[in-house]
Ligand binder design. Structure first.
Ligand code: NAD
Length: 250
């Protein structure tokens, strides 16, 4: 296990950092990618031996450079976690094309570009891709015109990857987190949204970064060696329930 290399995008904080820490504790070598150099440098300093690379996953040139650096440093890649994401909650009428593109270029283009760039390294020994979508990709909701659509596309992209890459020994799975108190969520979850989530979630609370990281690391590991093309919601039961839970609780 100690030779294996796991690359995590958006690893400077939040779910990505928790995932990097867990892989690190498992004894894997880790590559942390993020476009925020300062936060990335600080985060990587807490994880011994981590390779930190500043990279915007929406830039084909930066992605190619980053993967060339991974190849030069380690000569292999076993796990890719496409976690980098941005959230922007707004209605259709107010989502102009630049807002739409800002969400799509990271959440969807980034997953496509990173997966494609890592293909040769991953297929050399067989590997695993874990893409991070969201419960907003599993069901439609107000204000998620761009974010929800980007995440639904990531769910389908995962299935496309599983269908195509199984024969070269690459598994692809998707994790859909429910709400987690990260910088991303704090920026878009108003008090009303927070109350609504508590109401709608059977476990009646937000998840933690570590609870999402545990599912990501399981899907990436040998313990999930016969699992591919799957979408796992780590969401306190949110996706399992429909209309009426708050009323029934009352
Ligand atoms: P976060 O904002 O704490 O961390 C995201 C990281 O990604 C940041 O370090 C940021 O700099 C980086 N990043 C953003 N765009 C990038 C780009 N183009 N290139 C490289 N790095 C980039 O967010 P988080 O809550 O930890 O989110 C992680 C993933 O989980 C995202 O894909 C998000 O959509 C998803 N998610 C989060 C929640 C939640 O409630 N927090 C819920 C569902 C899904």
């Amino acid at each position: 296990m100690n030779d294996t290399v796991a690359l995590i995008t958006g690893a400077a904080r939040g779910i990505g950092l928790a995932t990097a820490a867990l892989f690190n504790a498992e004894g894997r070598r880790i590559v942390m990618l993020d476009r925020d150099t300062d936060e990335l440098t600080e985060a990587a300093a807490t994880l011994p031996g981590a390779l930190a690379i500043t990279c915007d996953v929406s830039s084909p040139q930066q992605v190619a450079q980053a993967i060339a650096e991974v190849e030069q440093t380690y000569g292999r890649l076993d796990i890719l976690v496409n976690n980098a994401g941005v959230a922007d909650f707004g209605p259709l009428a107010e989502t102009d094309f630049s807002r739409w593109r800002r969400v799509m270029e990271t959440n969807l283009d980034g997953v496509f570009l990173m997966s494609q760039a890592c293909l040769a390294l991953l297929s050399a020994r067989g590997g695993a891709i874990v893409n991070i979508a969201s419960i907003s990709g599993l069901r439609a909701s107000t204000l998620r015109i761009a974010y929800g659509t980007s995440k639904a596309a990531v769910i389908h992209l995962t299935k496309q990857q599983a269908a195509e890459l199984g024969e070269v020994g690459i598994r692809a799975n998707c994790v859909c987190p429910g709400p987690v108190d990260t910088k991303l969520a704090l920026a878009v979850h108003s008090p009303e949204i927070r109350a609504a989530y508590h109401d709608a979630i059977p476990l009646n609370r937000y998840g933690t970064e570590r609870e999402i990281a545990d599912v990501i690391c399981f899907l990436a590991s040998e313990r999930a060696s016969y699992v591919t093309g799957q979408v796992v919601a780590s969401d306190g039961g949110f996706d399992a329930t429909g209309v009426g839970l708050p009323a029934l609780r009352g």
